[in-house]
Design a binder for this molecule. Structure first.
Ligand SMILES: NCC(=O)CCC(=O)O
Ligand SMILES: [Mg+2]
Length: 341
């Protein structure tokens, strides 16, 4: 914007060294804080949590140091702690036992499945905490794909029908935000319509709008038990090619047109350019998912003493804010919230 009728560039640093010294404001903590352009707040955090149907309160996830699979009862407890720390939302991800999986992912739409139990328990314990659930079949299918598989292909429209049922079921259990993470075409519009017809006009949709076929999801797949079912199969016919950037804008545009309230870019750190483009182009609430592989890389290097884990954690999250994200899904959420208090 012009200022006093002159373009900003002309009134920006015009003299240069030695009059202008950019080190001057960096000289003390107070001055660095005064000129800081971005800040991370507890309000920016979404905490993804894993839940299992058994009684064991906490089962450590080997591929993600410090991360647990909680029982439903324990999840209600830790959800309360998260809310007390000021975290606005948790995302519930199920670990599903092998015998409950089939090719159709039937358990995803089964009444009172572990996701429903978890959502109900959390909403009963902490009604003020937002709860978000994925719409996708990968934790539930015997082949580990996010959709229905026929002759080696993932069926789009048939999958969308199931995702609508899954979304309505989760909304009935009390879920506040449905997050379609499957990357089928048209699913956001179909889910919006399904939710509205079932009376859930108030349930939000945060779409995984630009979700890339990434190698950084591996530790998560071990956590939800889809690593063994998926094997070496690829999700490249529905998730995005890491080579693409313009295509992400088309994905986001369609999801907004179909009714997404918020959009997400995933993974996070290798895709900060996409976060920035999405935010600048659309100006909608934009989120980034710092995925399991990003988390585990930092944790593993910290465990070896190769980097200062806490510092890397805070710096990585600030990077999302700088890129324009309104919030971050991160397995560090509780640690960060404690630090920010
Ligand atoms: N739909 C949720 C995920 O796929 C999470 C991936 C990760 O954290 O690696
Ligand atoms: Mg799409």
């Amino acid at each position: 914007m012009p200022f006093n009728g002159r373009p900003k560039t002309l009134i920006a640093p015009s003299t240069g060294y030695p009059t202008t010294r950019l080190r001057r404001p960096r000289q003390a903590d107070w001055s660095r804080r005064l000129v800081a352009e971005n800040a991370l707040s507890v309000n920016d955090l979404i905490w993804p949590v894993f839940v299992h149907a058994g009684d064991e309160p906490r089962i450590p996830v080997e591929s993600m140091p410090g991360v647990m699979r909680y029982s439903v009862a324990e999840l209600a407890e830790v959800a309360r702690e998260a809310a007390d720390l000021g975290i606005p939302v948790i995302g519930v991800f199920p670990y599903v036992e092998g015998e409950l999986k089939d090719a159709q992912g039937s358990y995803a739409v089964a009444d009172n499945n572990v996701v429903c139990q978890a959502v109900e328990a959390v909403k009963n314990a902490v009604p003020t905490l937002g709860v978000m659930c994925d719409a996708a079949l990968d934790p539930f299918t015997s082949h580990g794909h996010d959709g229905l598989l026929e002759d080696g292909s993932i069926l789009n429209d048939e999958t969308v029908e199931i995702l609508v049922r899954q979304s309505v079921l989760q909304a009935s259990a009390g879920c506040d935000i449905i997050s379609p993470s499957d990357m089928m075409d048209g699913r956001v519009g179909a889910i919006r319509k399904g939710l509205d017809e079932a009376g859930f006009q108030g349930v939000l949709i945060m779409s995984y709008a630009a979700k890339y076929a990434s190698g950084f999801y591996a530790p998560f797949r071990a956590a939800v038990g889809s690593a063994s079912t998926l094997g070496s199969a690829s999700k490249s016919t529905y998730q995005m090619d890491p080579a693409n950037s313009d295509e992400a804008l088309r994905e986001v545009a369609l999801d907004i047109a179909e009714g997404a309230d918020m959009v997400m870019v995933k993974p996070g750190m290798p895709y900060l350019d996409i976060v920035r483009r999405v935010k600048d182009t659309f100006g909608v609430p934009t989120y980034a998912y710092q995925v399991s592989g990003e988390y585990s890389m930092i944790m593993a290097a910290a465990e070896r003493g190769w980097l200062d884990g806490e510092r890397a954690m805070m710096e990585s999250l600030l990077g999302f804010k700088r890129a324009g994200a309104d919030g971050i899904l991160t397995y560090f959420a509780v640690e960060v919230a404690k630090r920010l208090r």
